[in-house]
Design a protein around this ligand. Structure first.
Ligand code: ZN
Length: 143
């Protein structure tokens, strides 16, 4: 994708989700003060500038909190997660400073004592479904 098509997208959650489908974790960055936001903001909350640009984040961060989910939302149940097959959801603090809630992969939900706070994490994209039904979900994998 060219730089141009990236920058003309509006700073909306729909555009953010479109980037996720392309396996890109993007932030909106204020051209005036340099602050980055994930999920994106169209107006900078810090300096109120409307001059924003899309930037790809490093995708790296650390685990700030997590919980094992036995009864998840519908889209997780559809992926086969339930009481017998739990998954881990967590809060990851990105290097850029933003905090994101997402599924945590690369960990064993049955051994939560082995999951350590502050562990280095990297962005992961989980795909589910076929063809037009295919969806990409943001996740973070323990490094
Ligand atoms: Zn700003």
């Amino acid at each position: 994708m060219s730089e141009e098509t990236t920058t003309v997208r509006p700073f909306t959650s729909a555009a953010f989700d479109q980037f996720i489908a392309e396996h890109k974790l993007m932030a909106s960055r204020c051209i005036k003060c340099g602050e980055s936001y994930v999920p994106p903001r169209a107006i900078c909350p810090k300096c109120h500038s409307e001059e924003m640009e899309w930037v790809e984040t490093s995708g790296k961060g650390k685990l700030a909190a997590f919980t094992v989910i036995y009864s998840g939302p519908t889209f997780m149940v559809e992926q086969g997660f339930d009481r017998k097959n739990p998954y881990v959801s967590g809060i990851v603090e990105l290097e850029e400073g933003a905090r994101m809630s997402a599924r945590i992969t690369g960990v064993d939900p049955t051994k939560p004592n082995e999951i350590k706070i502050d562990s280095p994490m990297t962005v992961d994209f989980v795909e589910f479904g076929e063809g037009d039904e295919k969806k990409t979900y943001l996740a973070f994998r323990m490094v």
